[in-house]
Design a protein around this ligand. Sequence first.
Ligand code: PGA
Length: 251
Amino acid sequence: MSRVPLIAGNWKMHKTVGEAEALIQALLPRVASLESVEIAVCPPFTALAPMVDSARGSRVAVFAQNMHEADHGAFTGEVSAAMLLDLGVSGVILGHSERRAFFGETDAALARKLPAALTAGLTPILCVGETEAQRLAGETEAHVRAQLESDFAAVEPERYAEVVVAYEPIWAIGTGRVATPAQAQEAVAFVRSVLAERSAEAERIRVLYGGSVSGENAVELLALADVDGALVGGASLTAESFAAICAAARQ
Ligand code: PGA
């Protein structure tokens, strides 16, 4: 089963429109020839429309970092899938650990957001992963299983392969402490095995690794049998390092 790798850059709360423009202009020529890799950038909401304009006709898709599950309504501060599509956005990160930890994102909400994104035609990148305490307590698999089972609860089994899952150990995010290749492969294969219990499409689901991915460690991580790409934070904020990770996915 050959799955097209996806490298997604999560810019988090970085980049004004001017800074985003400089980054995308530096990135586009560096990734223009990487044909067997899908590439997405995930700017803050304020830079989505200009990034869609700048990336039009290129190999780079533009994803959002969050959305609300409703089409519209009295939800101050939120945006819907329809609003993202209207801008030309093609996907959305859901359930990032920072949203879960700092903004009260729950598995119950994700169980609504995941089908809402699919129904709208957005590609969701669902993030799951354990804390350091959970890993040390031997609870990684139970925790990741619980997240997947809750978050996929309302996704029809035949649509599973339209979801991208990012396994991101929380202790590796923004810390420089990347998971070892063995840890990454084991957890990503576990994600696929849990999804395979529920859907015949599991072999087609792309499962990414995220957490301190860099231009230096990307080749080793992306060569792992079950790792179908990366969700990149810090190293996506400069064109050189993000392009190096995209190039590593091609090998
Ligand atoms: P990092 O972030 O690459 O800076 O560790 C990854 C993420 O939060 O998705």
